[in-house]
Design a protein around this ligand. Structure first.
Ligand SMILES: [Zn+2]
Length: 128
């Protein structure tokens, strides 16, 4: 497979910027949700204290996931935006190449997860 075209790079850049916006919004909203759970503990309601704690833990787990993804997205954007033109042209860009083995990451994988830093093979190797 050939390297990514400028058009594809632009598309992924747009998608990454949208994802970053979404994550920033999600992180703000879940910050408020976390506070609400804390306040609920002093109130007698349908939620027991245990439920509230579980909800808070879930919300913390979500936040950690969002934050992790935000770091990945920002990393991908910084790789994508390196270069004089603000968007690296084909051939001079590290975006879309596996950081582990140097192979081009599958385009379908990038479409699902544009912040991917590794190809499927290397990603599986890091997770197992
Ligand atoms: Zn790889």
């Amino acid at each position: 497979m050939d390297e990514l075209t400028d058009k594809q790079l632009n598309g992924f850049r747009q998608s990454l910027m949208n994802t970053r916006e979404e994550l920033l919004v999600l992180l703000d909203i879940s910050a408020e949700a976390g506070e609400a759970v804390v306040l609920d503990q002093t109130r007698v309601g349908r939620l027991s204290r245990m439920d509230a704690l579980q909800q808070q833990q879930m919300s913390n787990a979500c936040r950690a996931g969002y934050k992790k993804r935000l770091v990945e997205v920002q990393h991908a954007l910084s790789v994508l935006e390196q270069g004089d033109s603000g968007l690296c042209g084909s051939g001079s860009c590290d975006y879309g190449w596996c950081e582990q083995c140097g192979e081009l990451i599958d385009i379908h994988r990038l479409e699902v997860k544009p912040e991917s830093r590794f190809c499927v093979g290397c990603q599986q190797a890091t997770e197992t």
